[in-house]
Design a protein around this ligand. Sequence first.
Ligand code: SAT
Ligand code: MN
Length: 591
Amino acid sequence: MATASPLPKPMSQLSRAVTEWVESVRALTQPAEVRWCEGTRAEREALMAELVRDGELLRLDPHAFPDCYLYRSDPADVARVEHLTYICTASKEDAGPNNNWMDPQSAHAKMHELFRGCMRARTLYVIPYCMGPIDSPLARCGVEITDSAYVAINMMIMTRSGRAALERIAREGTFVRGLHSTGELDPNRRFIMHFPEELSIESFGSGYGGNALLGKKCHALRIASWQARDEGWLAEHMLIVGLRSPRGETHYVAAAFPSACGKTNLAMLIPPDSMPGWQVFTVGDDIAWLHPGPDGRLWAINPEAGYFGVVPGTNPQTNRNAYEMIRRDTLFTNVALTADQRPWWEGLPEGTPVIDWQGRPYDPSRGPAAHPNSRFTVASKHNPCCSTHVDDPRGVPISAIIFGGRRREVAPLVYEARDWAHGVLVGASVASETTAAAVGQVGVVRRDPMAMQPFCGYNFADYWRHWLTVGAKLTRPPRIFHVNWFRRDPQGKFLWPGYGENLRVLAWMLERCADKAGAVDGGIGLLPRPEDLNTQGMALEPETLRALLSVDAELWRKEIAETGAYLEQYGERLPAQLTAELAKSAAALGA
Ligand code: SAT
Ligand code: MN
């Protein structure tokens, strides 16, 4: 005898805390309708269809790009706005010199005025989500309320969202509250506020990326870094990649680079033909949550379930995996269009742009066809080299940590830190040329410690101290390295080919971890000798390799002095261990 299965409870009855919060936001923002997102594919498709009907989304050529859509943002809303992003802690010192600060009371009052009635005639979407595998003790949950269907769709791709996440929240009782409204997209009425002490985020006036997909930078980095400090782990702006050597050993590496410096490409790297037997598996392309494990190693999960990657430059030569991944089921933002409704971007070898990212007839005199920060949003399971461990509740053990920046000069191709404490200094010293991922001038060198300058939710001095504390707990800590794929010759030409060839540098690191590869002390740390790197099958002149591995003592003494001056602004909170490590490097270079 068949028994009818009971109807599932409405989402609004699963967690009283969430329902009460939604009710208070509804009363404040006055939406026409409230929709709880179940997180199903059918629901996402229905939402996309609605947006296509309303002219907000464009369906791309369904034969060449099945289930792909184009969204065009407001032309003045195309990147993160760091100058309008605040950490609101009771004490200003807790936010540190690395953050804009506002006192929580004033910030709440300001945001309250902006949110009052802002959703009239709009739909309020409730998106419960879990950052990390749904059954992982390392994962943490949140709820985003937004009046942007585009944001809701992105969150459904980027996170494990819907009923299962809400059930976990109901069990655990805690969640990060993220309230978002696009407002009028007025840059003068735009704020991204974080209240780490309350585990909450309030974002108004932007619909773009890290300003609006609150699970990503706002929760998984700024709020999570604070939670991680309290709980003894690290929330980092790092990709996670698995490398299987021809011997069949797999090692996992986590790497921090500033936005738009090739994290997605490194995470999906394709080994060059001249390195047979190597295999690469992506665990994550942007964010890593790292926990000391019971075995004394550092274990990592990727809190995200999708990629919000830079589109321009993606092609079969630079990243064939990404090129193939974004041919179906992908949401494009701010790319150009061909005459036959296919997406187009700079660096694509085929097709001709006829409509630019703003929807105007393409005219090269007005700049690139696709916006330099145009993005794809796609589920990680579509990545041809996605790791089988993405849903592993334990995460993966990390053998090496890499820091990197975009530097024309100074930093060599690669060097290894002397030990963990020196590695923390190496991370704290990262400087990089700015990119289109954030509003502002592109190409100027700025300090970007651990690639976290825009994302650390508290005082960097406390954060470095926390890094030192975590390291002290590890009996088998990962080795720490620094790389620079972007070094150029005096004519401005890149010295290193990058992309798949980066595997040669990673292979050296793994050999170092196994105590099998040589290195020399270069004062700043340990460098490979030219013969330590496998360059077989590469067209690289010996002088080029020497230049890539050279340390200019004069430039480095200047770099060390600049790093020292930078660190000094953190005053008494700066861990003495960092100053001591800097002094060691200075002495080694004869400064
Ligand atoms: O805008 S995002 O923060 O999502 C992308 C990035 O800057 O890395
Ligand atoms: Mn990023």
